[in-house]
Design a protein around this ligand. Structure first.
Ligand code: ATP
Length: 352
């Protein structure tokens, strides 16, 4: 185990009779950028608060670098938190906001000056050193909050929806900056978000939570390309889900016919017993002369929607309609007859 790996061990938490965290067990490696991703109410913030020490788990432990820190107060943990609301001290200028923690720890003055200036450079706010928080924009405030947390050189930085109060463009810019700051400081970042695009943009690893459970743990590519169940498939972006029954280990049957898949379903072979997901960008519209061994189906284009950088086609198979993405130069009109190919590697056999 590395020095500052964080082991969240068998954490359970209820509020009244409501189980909010149901046996969360995961290790976050030193220096990783991990996001806790999930819909409102799934327990992300509660888990973050347990890591920070603001909340106590009913069962389980928080272990940092081999040491059980579950009973330590938040101030005694080398963990800092950046909140959505920034929580800057309104009566202190930017420099003093960042220096505050070091001053209270009685760090020598010249050392404070060196660290504060360095951190202001890292988050790009050197020009604002003398400004008061009230004069700053949302993005600038968030940078100050980040610098104030990182100047203490915590083992872990927790970020609770840090960008959600910002407009879409600034949010994208700060996502890139957040990633850069994390690399420069080589600190473990654990961020809570309910925005899958944000999680994909910044993370080394995404922990998808649903109803108090950790349902998938993987890289952004893995979670997007290989969702384990219906919830993750839909939550990670628009997805077609086909209701299927199992025919054999690598063949399933849905309403439009038999599909060859790569993974053996865990569900049984009764009719319509499980789901197979395919993203709209992974359905291929065959051009003349193209030939595939299997998974080719005839459909009629019902609708074509312009989405800026692609077309969304609604392909009607009779019993069902699938959404298909095509390039802007691939024009199909409603009424066109097409052959659609679904490559086995893109058909994700779900757990449910
Ligand atoms: P959001 O994205 O909306 O913040 P979340 O995934 O972070 O959601 P939590 O804030 O962890 O979810 O809350 C999980 C559940 O626990 C919710 O149903 C919430 O109402 C409940 N809850 C959280 N804190 C408390 C509390 N102190 N007392 C009672 N119930 C609570």
């Amino acid at each position: 185990m590395e020095k500052f790996d964080l082991h969240i061990k068998g954490i359970k938490k209820s509020f009244g009779d409501k189980a909010v965290l149901k046996d969360i067990d995961v290790t976050i490696k030193d220096g990783e950028f991990v996001t806790l991703l999930g819909p409102s109410g799934c327990g992300k913030t509660t888990l973050l608060r347990i890591i920070a020490g603001f909340e106590k788990a009913d069962e389980g432990a928080v272990i940092l670098g081999g040491e059980d820190i579950s009973k330590k107060s938040p101030a005694k943990r080398d963990i800092n938190t950046v909140f959505q609301s920034y929580a800057l001290f309104p009566h202190l200028n930017v420099y003093n906001n960042i220096a505050f923690g070091l001053k209270s720890k009685k760090v020598p003055k010249d050392e404070i000056d060196k660290r504060v200036k360095k951190m202001m450079e890292v988050v790009n706010i050197t020009d604002f050193a003398k400004e008061m928080p009230a004069t700053l924009s949302g993005g600038q405030k968030q940078r100050v909050a980040l610098a104030r947390a990182l100047v203490n050189e915590p083992d872990i930085l927790l970020l609770d929806e840090p960008l959600s109060a910002l407009d879409a463009n600034l949010r994208k810019k700060l996502q890139t900056e957040l990633r850069e700051v994390q690399r420069k400081t080589d600190t473990t970042f654990i961020m809570v978000t309910h925005d899958q695009d944000e999680a994909i943009a910044v993370s080394d690893r995404i922990l998808v939570m649903y109803q108090g459970k950790l349902v998938q743990d993987g890289s952004p590519e893995d979670v997007y390309e290989h969702p384990v169940n219906r919830f993750v498939a839909n939550f990670m972006g628009e997805c077609n889900i086909l209701e299927c029954g199992k025919v054999s280990d690598k063949v399933v049957r849905c309403a439009i016919g038999e599909l060859v898949v790569e993974k053996t379903p865990t569900w049984s072979n009764v009719n319509c017993s499980g789901g197979v997901a395919i993203r709209m960008e992974d359905i291929h519209v065959c051009t003349e002369g193209e030939h595939f061994e299997n998974n080719v189906f005839h459909a009629t284009i019902k609708e074509r929607i312009f989405r800026g950088d692609y077309w969304e086609l609604h392909a009607d198979f009779g019993p069902l309609t699938l959404r298909v993405m095509t390039d802007p130069d691939q024009i199909y009109d409603p009424g066109d007859e097409v052959e659609l190919y679904m490559e086995p590697q893109y058909l994700q056999v779900l757990e449910d």
